[in-house]
Design a protein. Structure first.
Length: 593
């Protein structure tokens, strides 16, 4: 058995998704095995480099590929002391003098992404970031110009074809000038890798015909799994078995309510159809709850260390063993026209030692009170004599008709001024209710993007995992049918069960890692934790990555092409072809002859 090894180098590796997939690719033809030797990855983020090494076992090199001019344009200041531009010879040192057979690059896509407003995307800052696509490729082609990579891959978001059209023209011109043939198009990483999400991506694949004469077949498509298939076997959120990346985001109460009201598969646009009067939150305490009274004939709720009547668990019982019959006389009312019961020394209302209450009929006989008690004087009549008594004992009140504010009254209370009219005098009032005026502002033209507060269905594939994925900026919640028990989460946030019987909750960072197809556990069984402790940075690197399974599927086709090319042979298939030049029909005709 003979073995062939082909080398691969990665630029802007994110957290090394495609690198890991290509490293796992292995193929065999007529007793000859072939696999990849991962020369390493290059990224400007030290944490991304650490993640790359953890997942691949290959070295990662922290290098900033900006030109000095673009560094200043992006960061807004001069680079730190000791910083210098990367040169072609630096890349040759990275590979240890080995000329790579394959180059895979996934340049920063933030400037091309539709998540970035068009005005920001057109700014010089993001144009400088976008130019890394050209500079990185130029450095590689210059570094290995005597023996260029046989195959080059450039992966990015589909919108690069519009927002980065000018840069793509430069890249194609650069590749053509170095003798490459290329193919570009979009694919779904979910279909290539059998993931639990749909992930549309742009791919430019270039082949140098002088080094690789064989064409490259496209990977076969696979079934895209549902979110439930990917997340169902995992521990529940907040379970320590998932590690610190599996902590459920602590959202505000109003956000939890929004997610609960949005149907699975919907987003914020469904909230406009909600009729608030049709919905009420129903609190159903489990185990009795505060002030809970337990049934004498049923098992008790769990006994906890801080059990109390007002606590979080039932601590009272309906005890039927009372057997107490109060004695005659308790709360007894005596008739006014009958003899009283015996007067005792302990006579009280709530005791049995004699009745201490009477039904007194003389309420209407009190005609000697002051005639002005609770008296209301007409506004246009003379007032009675003014005394020193209170309102309830004779002091009069008046029916004042002056409720309406007159011409000299204060008119700015809760005042809303039309947008196209002059404002009233500005006073020192601080609140609308005390005189500070408000305005009817017509400039509310904010358009929310589709997907905000989106809730994904458990039994369907997920949406693309992006670097800024959270419930407030995209579809980052799921209708989970697995309602956890109280004792399954040590620090439980509120759970609102939606009308469909599921828990509409945010996805944890660890679950996003799963949807991207990355390993979740180390060999020793401990959960994977990315470098650093910043959850937002974790999510950004996960969203930037190329899914491992998609990288493996692409890598398998490239590896087989390289193997057949090295053996001086080729094969036919009905699978679609990448980089199919015009000369191939002549090759097929000669094969038939």
């Amino acid at each position: 058995m003979t073995n062939l090894t082909f080398s691969v180098l990665h630029l802007f590796c994110g957290i090394g998704g495609e690198a890991l997939g290509m490293q796992e690719a292995e193929t065999e033809y007529r007793g000859i095995n072939a696999n990849f030797l991962n020369l390493g990855g290059i990224d400007s983020d030290p944490d991304a480099c650490k993640d790359f090494e953890m997942f691949t076992g290959a070295p990662a090199f922290c290098m900033d590929l900006f030109s000095r001019e673009d560094y200043i344009a992006f960061h807004g200041h001069e680079p730190p002391s000791g910083w210098r531009e990367v040169k072609p010879e630096d890349l040759r040192r990275v590979t240890g003098g080995i000329n790579p057979d394959v180059l895979s690059t996934s340049p920063p896509c933030k400037g091309f992404s539709g998540l970035l407003p068009g005005k920001s995307a057109a700014s010089e800052k993001y144009q400088a970031l976008n130019r890394l696509t050209v500079r990185g490729l130029s450095l590689v082609l210059e570094a290995f110009k005597n023996d260029p990579p046989g195959i080059i891959l450039l992966e990015n978001v589909p919108r690069i074809t519009t927002r980065g059209a000018t840069l793509l023209k430069k890249i194609k011109s650069l590749l053509a000038g170095h003798g490459y043939l290329f193919h570009e198009g979009n694919h779904d990483c979910g279909e290539l890798g059998g993931l639990g999400q749909h992930r549309r991506r742009y791919l430019l694949i270039a082949r140098h015909p002088n080094k690789v004469s064989n064409f490259i077949y496209q990977p076969p498509k696979q079934r895209v799994k549902s979110i439930g298939e990917m997340l169902g076997p995992l521990p529940m959120p907040d379970d320590p078995a998932g590690g610190p990346m599996h902590r459920l985001p602590r959202l505000q109460w109003k956000t939890l309510v929004r997610l609960a009201l949005i149907p699975a598969g919907g987003d914020w646009r469904d909230l406009k159809d909600i009729k608030p009067e049709q919905y009420r939150l129903e609190y159903i305490p489990r185990g009795g709850g505060p002030f809970g009274v337990q049934d004498w004939e049923q098992p008790a709720a769990t006994v906890i260390g801080n059990a109390a009547i007002k606590g979080s668990n039932a601590a009272a019982v309906a005890d039927l063993r009372l057997g107490h019959i109060p004695r005659e006389g308790v709360y007894r009312i005596q008739k006014f026209d009958e003899p009283s019961t015996t007067v005792t020394g302990a006579a009280r209302v709530n005791t049995s030692n004699g009745a201490a209450c009477v039904a007194d009929p003389r309420l209407t006989q009190r005609d000697n009170r002051h005639p002005g008690v609770y008296r209301v004087v007409k506004f246009d009549d003379p007032a009675p004599c003014v005394t020193g008594t209170r309102f309830g004992s004779g002091a009069p009140t008046v029916a004042d008709p002056r409720l309406e504010i007159g011409p000299n009254g204060y008119h700015n209370i809760c005042r809303v001024v039309p947008w196209n009219e002059a404002a009233n005098t500005i006073t020192g009032a601080t609140r609308p209710a005390s005189g500070a005026i408000s305005v009817a502002d017509p400039r509310f033209d904010r358009t929310f993007r589709n997907g905000l507060y989106g809730v994904q269905a458990w039994d369907k594939p997920g949406y693309t995992v992006t670097g800024a994925r959270n419930p407030h900026s995209g579809t980052a919640a799921v209708a989970d049918p697995r309602i956890p028990a109280d004792n399954e989460r040590p620090d439980p946030p509120p759970i609102i069960i939606s009308l469909d019987g599921t828990w509409h909750r945010a996805l944890t960072t660890w679950e996003l890692l799963a949807l991207q197809g990355f390993p979740l556990f180390h060999a020793n069984g401990s959960p994977v934790v990315l470098s650093g402790k910043n959850d937002a940075r974790w999510r950004e690197r996960i969203g930037n990555a190329v899914p491992r399974q998609a990288g493996e599927a692409i890598g398998m086709q490239i590896l087989r092409t390289l193997l057949l090319n090295a053996m001086g042979t080729w094969e036919l298939s009905n699978i679609p072809i990448w980089v199919n030049p015009k000369i191939y029909p002549e090759i097929i005709k000669s094969a038939h002859r």
